[in-house]
Design a protein around this ligand. Sequence first.
Ligand code: 2IT
Length: 447
Amino acid sequence: MKTTDIMQQLSRKHPGESEYLQAVQEVLESIEDVYNQHPEFEQAQIIERLVEPDRIFTFRVVWTDDRGKVQTNLGYRVQFNSAIGPYKGGLRFHRAVTLSMLKFLGFEQTFKNALTTLPMGGAKGGSDFDPVGKSDGEIMRFCQAFMMELWRCIGPDQDIPAGDVGVGGREIGFLNGMYQKLAREYHTGVLTGKGMTWGGSILRPEATGYGALYFTQHLLDKAGKTLKGKKIAISGFGNVAWGAAKKATELGAKVVAISGPDGVCEIADGITAEMIDYMLIMRASNRNKVEDMATKFPDKAVFKEGKKAWSVKCDIALPCAFQNELALEDAQELKRNGCWCCCEVSNMGCQPDAIHYFQHNGVLFAPGKAVNAGGVATSGLEMTQNAQHLNWTAQEVDDRLHHIMKSIHEQCVMHGTQADGTIDYVKGANIAGFMKVATAMLEQGII
Ligand code: 2IT
């Protein structure tokens, strides 16, 4: 297998699908050597099969806004790979959603889910619906209209969606209500990220951010460092940024920045518990403005319009917002300002040349599919609780999440340790995830 040949074929077949092609290229580059040591993979054409989704559903979603105007959006579910378990992955509602974006996310999800140690295949879905500025009523009507098509594609043993950007507990509630009405099935297991009174798992809302900090702890420990007293810059202020800020603060680090599409809030003395709680209100408002933090806490946060989190001096950068949010110039600015570690929490948050720069300039780097896997892992734990018809305690879920993040870190070290003793976490995560999925495909024949 040669990455360049496969990429050439793929870009001919899927012209213009830039995020998808970027995600595939990153994985192929890291696994090429290992792949070529296994002629049985080549013989079964594992790569050619693995880079294409099993199937894609696309549908029209029509709903009526508060002024009575009819709105038309596009809906998708990409069922990427089911070699190790039923399809599992989030739904993204964002105005920029395209099929290319969901294919990249579904592809990444396949390897990430393999790393969690749990039996879950990869999927992703969503819509170009823009939640910004929408009322609760509009969100509900959109979710109901979206589920009117999606329900036929999913099920607790087939495909289990969850949240992602623009989809949190409120949206999962509206989606689940409509699913039950349409399917006339009242089990709790078809979506994860549910509310605590109707089958949700304690700690699922926090899990992506908490897991990311547990992973960061292991990475720092391996490098002989700790989180205590370190300055952390976080991008975004949504669910993932919230969980990361909460756990980072609890572990003794100082969160000095959060950001949004409008700019950055610099928080010189570190974010407080009150401010972390306020992030939830900011997200629920659908205003999408981080400036609201500085308006609410004028003596603690300073808003800088148009600036990114990466302009704030820090030790550790945690991208928690969107793909490609950290460019080469940002990586260079971070390094100039003394940053020595970047754990990517968003999916494909760093551009390829930024990752390359980090890796060649002594900045510790770990990729999203390892760092953020605590979210989907805890979705897996929610599925187990649903199947058992019981709820675990916070302690039990947290212990399991800890254990899973430790195992993901170990898999990265096992497959990513280089001849000079350094650890390439990108290679480590990609090879570990790939080997599991490829072996499962091989053992199940040509299908
Ligand atoms: O990117 C992700 O891993 C998620 N959005 C969570 C998916 C899930 O099924 O919990």
